[in-house]
Design a protein around this ligand. Sequence first.
Ligand code: SF4
Ligand code: SF4
Length: 384
Amino acid sequence: MTEIPQKGVLLNSEKGVQDSILAFLKSAAEKKVFDAIMMPMKVPSGDSFAWIMIKDMAWLDNATPLAPIMPVNAAKAVKRFTRKGEGRNKVAILIRPCEVRACVELTKLNQIKTEDLIIFSYDCPGALPMQDYIKDPDWGDSEFEKLLSNNIWNSDLVKPVCKICDKFSLPASDLHFGRENDRLLLMANSKKGIDFISEMKLEVNEELGKWKKAIEEITSKRLSAKEETFKVIKNKVEGLDNLLNTFAECIGCHNCQSACPICYCRQCYFDSVASKPNSDIVLMRAEQRGGVSLPLDKLMFHTGRMAHMSLSCISCGLCSDACPVNIPVAKIFSYVASETQKTFEYTAGESFGDALPMKEYKPEELGELGNLVNSAEIQEGDHE
Ligand code: SF4
Ligand code: SF4
């Protein structure tokens, strides 16, 4: 969590979480505090949700502010309309904390510009796994509604990474909807958030102590669960043989990469022509080892991806949702990311103010490894 605001606005919550947030955002739209709002809406087939940029506020009647699933991380959608910089309109977005964290990372990578955005977040109960939801959307809608209305924070139904998520509240958004028993709270978390509240003429006089305590209790349970899960994952993946076993079933579809909001390269090496050797090279490799698994380089793909984006992985779980053969990619990447981020004393997505470690680290900070980097750079210089 970022720094906790001292007081918040108590919102009318009589209609339940979804409808009360919707009613509040409608009233903000009527006051023209923003020009459009991006929100999830069910797709016509009824078994998924899509991000919709809503300009005609009558469409809000069919929106689902807190969707049970996350088919696309919102940061991917936001990137599509903010990358070129400031426009003339103010757009409100209501997104999960892990989606805010992805937006933070993509902002640092110059792929999102936040000038036009007012970012709203909420205390997230987790998202249901896509595969479960698609099998029975009515069941998914009703179970998710129960999580919201009964304030359930430890459900077995949510995605594995959501069960161990300790960053489910108050990310670096402008405004945050806090949920505590029957209370629905709105808190400003940035200058933009403070301006919004004053434009809306809302009274900021609700104490946040009880909400804060409840969030701390859930966070502490999640941290213990995360520690246990990571112990299991560490045993499963550490060492070359374990990694090979873990990814043995991978079919090389690269769905995990396409779904990941943090995979930021415009052209992925693993999808490029350069990564596809001709038959002579494949046969040479087969000759060296007796045979090779096709498609080639599955482990290199995963370790390459880890090296590339584990500093910025925000544990959203979309890679696991996208995997057709149920490899626990998200847990593995979250574990590796937590170790990488610990090394650099960095937490992905925590603050727009932190620089990406790769942009500012000095080789000396990495001890022996740093010395190797330094000497490699010197040798490279010698050959120029
Ligand atoms: S690697 Fe997986 S969990 Fe991490 S940000 Fe990408 S999709 Fe989300
Ligand atoms: S989505 Fe699953 S099967 Fe496809 S490349 Fe990723 S790990 Fe392999």
